[in-house]
Design a protein around this ligand. Structure first.
Ligand code: SAH
Ligand code: DHB
Ligand code: MG
Length: 222
């Protein structure tokens, strides 16, 4: 098994399960031209996010980590016309690129890109008592995952689905001796999942065009 085979398989799966999509292609091209790193979700993971949000019947979606808005577009497509997606991004440059991509996708009416440190923004949401979210995609800096989870839980309700990206990191997350702050952050995140009786969770490893990584899915109960 090697990475070339994973990529070939991913390409085959995407070709058989997705129609060509000029809007998503344009979003990736514009992101790359603007110098953004290509750390967006893979197309098949993007579609999985859309399908999960759609299965959930999500009307309010929260995303942490916008980058160029690629995953944002997938998620926003699951929303009804009067739905809302708030996506949080630390860097103004990323947010600018994302806003243009989202507008080109015809989703500016449902998506708001909010610039700033996600912790500060989430603390503001909690203070303001905004309505809870139905679906959350956690994909900002990995060392922040424990704090993000604590705050997101205060913005959740029974039935809220929380998906967290990049929780495998080429298997580094299983290394108890790791000193990588991202790995330590993800391990602490899993500790919080494990100890919280309000959360039912699973996690999956993936291989493909984004290497060896994966995601967790949690459902919030009473
Ligand atoms: N969800 C995107 C990829 C996000 S990459 C996609 O799949 O298409 C992670 C993003 O999180 C980067 O744009 C980075 O600038 C942003 N980020 C990092 N630290 C952050 C923080 N503290 N608050 C908000 N965003 C942050
Ligand atoms: C990184 C971030 C991501 O969200 C991702 O999907 C892959 C890599 C990173 O920061 O390296
Ligand atoms: Mg990611």
């Amino acid at each position: 098994m090697n990475e070339q085979q994973w990529i070939a398989m991913d390409e085959y799966l995407c070709e058989r399960t997705q129609a060509p999509d000029a809007v998503l292609d344009a979003a990736l091209r514009a992101s790359s031209e603007a110098g953004l790193p290509s750390i967006n979700v893979a197309p098949n993971q993007g579609k999985l996010l859309q399908m999960l949000a759609s299965l959930r019947g999500a009307r309010r979606i929260l995303e942490l980590g916008t980058l160029g808005g690629y995953s944002t577009i997938w998620l926003a497509r699951a929303l009804p016309a009067d739905g809302t997606l708030l996506t949080l991004e630390a860097l103004e440059h990323h947010a600018d690129v994302a806003r243009r991509n989202i507008a080109r996708a015809g989703l500016a009416g449902v998506v708001s890109v909010i610039v700033g440190d996600a912790v500060q923004t989430l603390e503001g949401f909690v203070r303001d008592g905004i309505p809870p979210f139905d679906f959350v995609f956690l994909d900002a800096d990995k060392k922040g995952y424990p704090e993000y989870l604590r705050l997101v839980l205060r913005l959740s309700r029974p039935g809220t689905v929380i998906v967290a990206d990049n929780v495998i990191r080429r298997g580094q997350v299983a290394d108890t001796a790791s000193v990588d702050p991202d790995v330590i952050g993800v391990r602490k995140f899993f500790d919080l999942l494990a100890e919280n009786p309000r959360l039912s969770s699973t996690a999956m490893q993936t291989v493909g065009s984004k290497g060896w990584d994966g995601f967790s899915i949690s459902i919030v109960s009473e």
